[in-house]
Design a protein around this ligand. Structure first.
Ligand SMILES: [Ca+2]
Ligand SMILES: [Ca+2]
Length: 335
């Protein structure tokens, strides 16, 4: 009986086989990574959509509780209560404050001593120039109220005070003295995530400028001490807010937020009509952190920019932007 020769076994895989296996693994890993990124991106999109939807609902609560016809996207506050009725921006703000807080609102002019003036930005200083809030700051101000003191470790909002004569903390830390009576009657109406609230610390007095179509009336500070709320895409951009002032028009109160040298404006449709003409627009620049599709944007963007979510075309806005007037990412197909 002869023994069969043992079949010869190779010592290992050939180089080709190893390369093939490696290539397959690489393809599978790539597919998995893409899937994970898709899911993660969709998760942030959902968070953004949820933010916008919640803020929209909360603005309704603010309007109802504070008796407002609309929530403006520009506000001119005087901490020293030195409003000039001949200044239309002052007159509008004054009327709004009196609607919000009633006739008991104590607009005693600031006389340099504690107890007079309102410290709207809560920095323990009574400003004697106009504080002009942009749309994105109005959004946080009306939903959140008074910003927390700048020395606090976490950002946040305190709502408006219970006492209608003193909706903002008076000079000299009245919040801290009796928080139980000053905090909480009105708002906060929205649960802001502290790490996405960004306070404007630019304490610059801008001069009166008759050519400034945005605000020609007096020396002012733009948004000093107030917060904007950034979308969840890596702190690239704040949510912008435009109020139509209940249908009268968007443009006079358009905030001055810019992308590069270009002003970000409310959305219009393909026929040039404002979307949400009787309400407001809140939108996010989306994943790419850009409001415009091209850089620099086309010439017409200096007037208005367009992404028509219904037509799904003609994008001057970018297709990943999110808005309160569409339940989807603006570039996604209709269902
Ligand atoms: Ca102040
Ligand atoms: Ca975008």
């Amino acid at each position: 009986m002869t023994a069969h020769p043992r079949p010869q076994h190779r010592a290992g895989f050939t180089l080709i086989e190893i390369l093939v296996v490696l290539a397959i693994i690489a393809v599978l890993a790539g597919l998995l990574l893409a899937a994970v990124q898709r899911v993660r991106g969709a998760g942030v999109d959902a968070l953004c959509r949820h933010d916008i939807s919640s803020m929209t609902t909360s603005l309704g609560s603010v309007r109802e509780e504070l008796n407002l016809k609309y929530i403006p996207s520009k506000l001119v506050l005087r901490e020293d209560n030195n409003y000039n009725p001949a200044n239309p921006e002052h007159a509008k703000t004054l009327a709004l404050l009196q609607t919000m807080f009633g006739r008991r609102l104590a607009l005693t002019p600031y006389n340099g001593s504690p107890g007079t003036g309102f410290d709207w930005n809560n920095d323990n200083v009574i400003e004697t120039v106009d504080l002009v809030l942009e749309g994105e700051q109005c959004l946080v101000f009306f939903l959140g109220g008074i910003p927390v003191v700048p020395t606090a470790q976490t950002a946040g909002c305190l709502g408006f005070a219970k006492d209608p004569t003193t909706p903002a903390p008076r000079y000299q830390q009245q919040w801290a003295a009796s928080p139980s009576t000053t905090v909480g009657a009105y708002g906060p109406y929205f649960d802001f995530k502290p790490d996405r609230l960004v306070r404007n610390t630019t304490n610059t007095v801008l001069p009166q400028n008759a050519n400034d179509t945005f605000y020609p009336y007096a020396a002012y500070k733009r948004g000093y001490g107030f917060y904007a709320y950034y979308d969840p895409y890596n702190m690239k951009r704040p949510y912008v807010y435009f109020s139509s002032k209940k249908g009268s028009d968007y443009t006079p109160d358009c905030p001055s937020i810019t992308e590069g040298a270009y002003q970000v404006r409310p959305y219009v449709d393909l026929s040039g009509q404002f979307i949400n003409p009787n309400g407001f627009q809140i939108f996010s620049a989306g994943r790419d952190g850009k409001f415009f599709e091209t850089s620099p944007p086309p010439a017409e963007v200096s007037t208005y920019w367009i992404w028509n979510p219904t037509a799904g075309s003609s994008g001057l806005g970018t297709k990943d932007n999110m808005a309160n007037f569409s339940g989807r990412i603006l570039g996604s197909p209709q269902l």
